[in-house]
Design a protein around this ligand. Sequence first.
Ligand SMILES: Nc1ncnc2c1ncn2[C@@H]1O[C@H](COP(=O)(O)OP(=O)(O)OP(=O)(O)O)[C@@H](O)[C@H]1O
Length: 801
Amino acid sequence: EEPEVQVEKHRYESDISKLRSIVIHSLYSQKDIFLRELLSNSQDALEKLRLTSLSEGSYLNLDEWKGNITIEARKSGNGGQLIVRDTGIGMSKSELAKNLGTIAKSGTSEFLNKADNSSSAGIDGSNLIGQFGLGFYSTFLVSPSVKVSSIPPATADNPKPVQYTFESNASGDEFTVYADPRGNTLLEQGPCGTEVVLDIEDGSGNEWVLDNKKLEELVEKHSQFSSKFPIYLRKTVADDEAATDGENAHSEGWVKLNKKQPLWMKNPKSVSEQEYRDFYAALDPTADAKTAGWTHWKGDSGSGVSFRAMMYIPDKLPEDFWNKGPGVFRNIKLMVKRVFLTDDLGEDYLPRWLSFLKIVVDADDLPLNVSRETLQNNKFLRQLKRILVRKAIDMFTRISKDEPEKWEKIQKTIGNAIRIGMVESDGKDRVKLAGLLRFASTRGESVSLEDYIENRRDGQKQIYFLAGVGESAESLARSPLIEKPVARGYEVLLLNAPADETVMAQLGSYRYVIRSRMSSQRKLKHMLYRGLKLQDVAKAGFKYGDEDDDAKEKAELEMQKKAFGPLIEWLKKEFRGPISDVVLTNRLVKSPCAIVADNHGWSANMQKLMMANAREDDPMLPMMKQMPKILEINPRSPLIEGLLERVHDLPQSDDVDEDEDSDSAAVSDDERELVETVQVLLDTAMIRSGFMVSDTNTYFDRVESLLRRSLGVSQSAKTRTDGVKPAPPVAQDTLPDAEAAAAATANMGDMSGGVGFEMGPDGPQFMDWQDLKSKVSTEKPGGDQSQLEDLVEEAVSHDEL
Ligand SMILES: Nc1ncnc2c1ncn2[C@@H]1O[C@H](COP(=O)(O)OP(=O)(O)OP(=O)(O)O)[C@@H](O)[C@H]1O
């Protein structure tokens, strides 16, 4: 017969009904999160009781209290019930209705309006849960009807509380609350608590919920950190192997699941490498995730909050690392006294380039139940942000010093992230990060700036580098631009990662402000890396540092300067515009000439990079492309000597005046021919130095005319253009339609959108160049206006050789 129970019927608020159905639909593929949500609610309830009983002491009968959670699968046939109980703070009748049937969070309707306009399909349900506190509704993912019975602790005002039950179906928009007809059954376990009963139906596809093995797995996966209160699983006849487990023999059918200690609470000295690795695997949800290195420390925020933290480097970057925009990265788990608080510390809490790290921070003193907004204003968290960045850089530095081989590998994975970090960081960090990078060089495959400095030669005041995106180190090493330094035994870094030149430029120049009482002056200075200037060998300003040592050499140079003076003058006069200066080279051995960028212009490599990513209306582009370049000629090259002779043979302009008119015409023909030939030489040098010729068609016309001359073919002879066969008529046959064709290529991936990519150890790595570029051009220390200003101040005298 029906027990006499007064059942109160409630209607869910309309917002709740909607949110509930969004949660159910959007999380359809992640049903197993329901257990995590139930366990975290129980942990919260236990923790709340512990804290309030400590501070207020207003609850009665708590002397014997033991906080725990039990999970029990009761099978009947293939279906059954899953029961999760805790001895936490419980809920009164009105709390049941309020906590489980309404939403206190603000912004709900706003959110729902948005969700209505788009479609609920694109909404991330797990976000929703965090945002609105909807965790409980995830139970409907596996159960058509859910009962929650609860009893709060006794107080002076309410010495004999009554157990109530909340009941709701997954469909329908009603719930009921009634006094539990079974009586205060929960008091058998403790002074108060909550029990959640999920009906699991045979044939619903959710029978796995009743499988103990699966339940154990899920607890391991989601709740092993919240090990403050024990979680027990009821063992059944089917898994009676558990009964022979000595440790649990006394627990009479209950197996403790979360036996692990929170690792971060331990003294780092007592933690084994394997423990660190296992912990990482639990921290990173990606399949077979491994870590490449870690750090574990105990700290103090400076504002008096002490904390313990662990920071891990994964062995590969997250798949979406290069594609993701600004956002909440959820790579930091914030705990307060062992209880998980949040992994949502706000947008870009850590710089994006560090978002690959996995971090656990356990603070000793933070309010539980703080909202995201209050968290963002929290002093500790603001301080923590800086601490974490510093710790990350320290960790990298330590590994690179103590375990160079390990770092070598890590650096290959995260090197590009570090490069971005350099662009984003300021002076001090930038230098530290630069020290972490490894480059190819003319001496070795993996050279750090420190190694380079060790190997520098007497008097050398510059670190030489040559950049060429995507070119192999071997081909860079053959560049004419470094013929001589390499022949002389100087080391040159060969940079081929896309960001290399940008970061070197950033490292090499640094804007700082000089403030005095009288004036505030801005000045851009080359920042030195341990006293050495970073010198792009594709740019002017290259020096060995021993130029003055050798008197003989100096005298020879003076002589050469004099001897080649007329050629230099003639070249300057004829090619003014594209060529800003002509100098005797200090870097060529065999090549007759080379073209380098002005110290403040774009190198050939940078020009290519910028062109590949520029918007068409970018005003910088034509300007930088037209930036005058410097022609370096090699006085030892027979070609240059021959050129000098030809220039000598040209009549001086006053000679011309004395000559007959007919003669003078012949002479300027000669000169015109010479100009044409030299133009071809220059264009070829441009190409060899990595630039593009400004007009390929004209270039080839000139080459053709040169070839005709050398073959003795008339310049005016025309190519026959008749007899070109016309195309057949328009095709009549049908091709497969576009949809079918698209389906066939659907798996090829999208590589559009200004994203550059390069092959990393784990396949292509995407770099957001648009972003990087905007940094380069907004911060301006990399090679633009601010440097142009500086050009006046720091004009390098090229014949100072
Ligand atoms: N086992 C429990 N014991 C006591 N109160 C509970 C329990 N489970 C849920 N509650 C109450 O119901 C409320 C709603 O729970 P729900 O899981 O929907 O959201 P939440 O826990 O507040 O937020 P989130 O899901 O993001 O953790 C909780 O805030 C809590 O007050």
